[in-house]
Write a protein that binds this ligand. Structure first.
Ligand code: S3P
Ligand code: PEP
Length: 422
């Protein structure tokens, strides 16, 4: 499928969707805690439904009521678990692998064709070092894990994905000895580790930070019942803000900002650096954009999901936008550095692709094109927003939005966008 996009302006109010990363974490931890643990304001999307289904396969009994989920009975470690399919969700696959290693029976975890290209080996090596038997084809899903891990000293490289470390942190308290974790080299996507630790704390488990982003100790503990409220998603907010900069007239974005760590909050600073004025409080955000942005250099090591919404802002920048330190964006649903470089050039943006990022500068000749989003939700949404600015575009794979922002197209059209799904 693809959609046709005409030049269009959006206006009015929009509610930012709930956070995907916190929804995943809270569902897993509520499922480990049980006893009517509740997650409120959940994001119900394909990825988070994959997490709910995964927890059910681990034996949890979960009820969905409007925008909440309630865990009636917890994950039963030790029961027979059927094959788990985490579909397109890297977060589900990585966190579920840690939980699977707590079982003595072999568990198979698989995913869709995109997930089958994403790395797992560093996590499998770490789990193997404390007693799991793991196998895979080429270090990628499908994988088989047979525990059970007993805990102890674990080392893991930090330069692929913070999700491996989140996975180890989450299963650590349920091991016999607990885990002493050392992260080797520079850790990418650091704020996601803070998000994991903050969620664990809300479910009654303490992580002892010996050296931030380097060494952690987690003693044996149990997850306690809790009620967790999910804040808005700053990665989705970044897309809405880019849409507002490029195409917005008097937009108010609403939602509970919360006070939990979210690395993608840095998009607000990035916009300010580009020359945008921000007016925000705990419940809403409005912006005022200049005719042309200033351009600048941006380190996205801690916030790789900002790459698509930032890259499209080159369309209205007078100076170049340079993005660096985000090589790990090549390991997402697609190689986002390669696909953005390949596609945005079709609109008339000059792009210099680098191993760890890119430099983008709009040419004099911006014009519509047929963009291929390779079924990557963040690329689809960013390309649509670019299409609304440029006009006369088509973008493939509108159904991919189900992963993180299921009503994105409807919401944009409600506000005045002209996105026609074929
Ligand atoms: O833990 C998480 O919720 C996530 C961590 C990040 O991945 P990496 O740590 O692999 O960079 C991010 O890109 C992803 O969208 C969600
Ligand atoms: C990379 C992403 O998620 P995941 O790793 O969970 O697939 C994303 O949402 O951009």
């Amino acid at each position: 499928m693809k959609c046709k996009i005409q030049k269009s302006k959006i206006t009015g109010q929009i509610i930012c969707p709930p956070n995907k990363s916190y929804t995943h974490r809270a569902i897993f931890l509520a499922s480990l805690a049980g006893k009517n643990s509740t997650v409120e304001n959940v994001l119900l999307s394909a990825d988070t439904k994959a997490t709910i289904e995964t927890c059910k396969k681990f034996g949890a009994e979960i009820e969905i009521a409007d925008s909440s989920i309630i865990v009636k009975n917890p994950i039963k470690i030790g029961t027979k678990v059927p094959e788990i399919d985490t579909e397109n969700s890297g977060t589900t696959m990585r966190i579920a692998s840690g939980i699977a290693s707590l079982y003595s029976e072999e568990i198979t975890l698989t995913g869709d064709s995109s997930l089958q290209k994403r790395p797992m080996q560093p996590l499998l090596d770490a789990l193997s070092s404390i007693g799991a038997q793991c196998s895979s084809t080429d270090g990628k899903p499908p994988i088989k894990i047979k525990g059970k891990i007993i805990g102890g000293e674990v080392k893991i490289p930090g330069n692929f994905s913070s999700q491996f470390i989140s996975s180890l942190l989450i299963c650590a308290p349920l091991t016999e000895k607990g885990i002493n974790l050392t992260i080797e080299g520079n850790l990418v996507s650091k704020p996601y580790l803070d998000a994991t630790i903050a969620t664990m704390r809300k479910f009654g488990v303490t992580v002892q930070t010996l050296i931030p982003y380097k060494r952690y100790n987690i003693s044996p503990q149990i997850y306690k019942e809790s009620t967790f409220t999910v804040p808005i998603d700053f990665s989705s907010l970044a897309l809405l803000l880019s849409a507002t900069v490029l195409n917005g007239e008097d937009i108010t974005i609403k939602g509970n900002m919360g006070n939990l760590p979210q690395g993608d909050e840095v998009f607000i600073d990035i916009l300010e650096q580009l020359g945008v004025q921000i007016m925000m409080d705990d419940e809403q955000i409005k912006i005022k954009s200049p005719e042309k942005l200033k351009g600048g250099k941006f380190n996205l090591s801690n916030s790789p999901d900002l790459l698509p919404p930032l890259a499209i802002l080159a369309l209205c920048s007078s100076g170049p936008i340079e993005i660096f330190n985000v090589k790990h964006a090549r390991l997402k649903e697609t190689d986002r550095i390669a696909i953005i470089s390949r596609e945005l050039v079709k609109l008339g943006i000059n792009i210099q692709e680098k191993e760890d990022g890119m430099i983008l500068e709009a040419s004099e000749n911006i014009s519509g094109a047929d963009l291929i989003s390779e079924e990557d939700h963040r690329l689809f949404m960013a390309f649509c927003i670019a299409g609304m600015y440029v006009g006369n575009c088509t973008v493939t794979d509108p159904e991919s939005v189900k992963v993180s922002y299921p009503n994105f197209v409807e919401e944009m059209n409600r506000m005045g966008a002209k996105i026609l799904v074929d």
